[in-house]
Design a protein around this ligand. Sequence first.
Ligand SMILES: C[S@@+](CC[C@H](N)C(=O)[O-])C[C@H]1O[C@@H](n2cnc3c(N)ncnc32)[C@H](O)[C@@H]1O
Length: 256
Amino acid sequence: MSERKQQIARHFGAAAPTYDHAARIQARIAEAFAGEIAAHVQPERMLEFGCGTGNLSAAIAAQFPDADLIATDLAPAMAVSCRKRLGRSARLAYAAMDAELPAFAPRQFDLVCGSLAAQWFADPHHAFTALGALLRPGGVLALTTLGADTFREWRAAAALLGLNAAIPAYPSLSQLDWQRPPGFLVEAAREQRLWDEHPSALDFLQSLRRIGADLPADDARPLSPGALRRILRQVDAQGHVNATYHVLTVLWRRVG
Ligand SMILES: C[S@@+](CC[C@H](N)C(=O)[O-])C[C@H]1O[C@@H](n2cnc3c(N)ncnc32)[C@H](O)[C@@H]1O
């Protein structure tokens, strides 16, 4: 596993005990996403990647009580938290798995899904192709991920100071579609903007830490403490903090 991936797994693993308290937006997104999935597919066998503590797992297990679900995450501690939340049953299984190297035989699932995990992939097209290969023909690859406007307030504040906010370059909805695997058609695609309110910039940053998502972009130099303090002051100067989550949702159906 690459050094970057080990770092991602360590950050999220360490955040497993604090994730749920801070992940308000993630919980809302997962709940709505499960409803969207149910409008397009009635699965018997489901695989979830990047399950975290089980926001989407719980929602799809409730939507499809008769289906089998394997919930997986890069961070073993997250898969354990998910198991604690959903419990054990003949229909549920949990595993640590890098979604970019899925360890399952092809063509065995009707639904492969993940919420807010794909933005961590090193090579999304390759990962989506590997995940798509696990689907039976007619099956659906469904995911939410972060879009280009995410945390625009931070980029703007850093740019005003001539700094780089070290936030990854997230895709637009059409750029995400370029990552669609061969043999898949768009079943549904939409974008929405949600705002996460915080009393201060520091509070927002601490909430990112509590969910494990405080890693700088892979190709960015981490901000120095001084630069970070200047950005925090700049964001605070705009009043209370409304962090934009630009959420892209796609459902791709396997036709080939
Ligand atoms: C923001 S959390 C989302 C968790 C959950 N899906 C939710 O909606 O609350 C992102 C999760 O993706 C996982 N993750 C990151 N990269 C991954 C990868 N390559 N394979 C599998 N999981 C990954 C992280 O460990 C973390 O649990």
